[in-house]
Write a protein that binds this ligand. Sequence first.
Ligand SMILES: CC(C)(COP(=O)(O)OP(=O)(O)OC[C@H]1O[C@@H](n2cnc3c(N)ncnc32)[C@H](O)[C@@H]1OP(=O)(O)O)[C@@H](O)C(=O)NCCC(=O)NCCS
Length: 175
Amino acid sequence: MRGRRCVVRPWRSSDASAVAKHANNANVARNLRDRFPHPYTASDARHFIESVMDARPMTNFAITVDGEPVGAIGFSPGSDVERYAAEIGYWLAEPFWGRGIAVEALELVTAYAFDECNLLRLFALPFADNDRSTRVLEKAGYAREGLLRASAVKYGEPRDQALYARINPRWKGAM
Ligand SMILES: CC(C)(COP(=O)(O)OP(=O)(O)OC[C@H]1O[C@@H](n2cnc3c(N)ncnc32)[C@H](O)[C@@H]1OP(=O)(O)O)[C@@H](O)C(=O)NCCC(=O)NCCS
């Protein structure tokens, strides 16, 4: 998926060292779930890439700039009555923040999830004080649906999460 600022593409095993370099950053980890480790090692990167690269349909992608993987974006579909909804998440290497790359990557993957995977709803749960991420979601057309008070605990502290979602206007119906 080609944008003006980045290319979003499937993961390759050879991406592991770049991922480990960019992901090993406390400013990235502090805004993500605990399953995103800190420190982030080459072995963490290899395990992550191996765990997602064979999934079909593909749900996890590298965000690349000039051919280098500088971030990740992916979605996890629910099950049962929530099987047409998925949670989307992303991170970007800190030197690349503030250039509109995350907004563009989110727009590209949202279009893919709606048009190629026929998802009805994509949602995200940023920590409520993660202004950069809530701005990214708003710019990519996600609507704020609510505030989940004390819905998470990060580094031992209760945290509020904001709920953002976008609905697929072109949904083809249940299959
Ligand atoms: C969230 C993240 C992907 C955003 O990346 P980014 O490259 O800064 O995003 P973009 O440049 O596409 O857009 C950022 C928007 O936030 C704005 N912004 C930048 N710094 C900001 C700040 N300190 N406070 C509020 N808004 C800010 C930008 O100006 C831009 O909006 P604008 O175009 O209207 O000015 C990146 O900061 C990141 O990886 N953070 C750590 C992981 C994370 O939080 N992931 C999301 C979990 S839900």
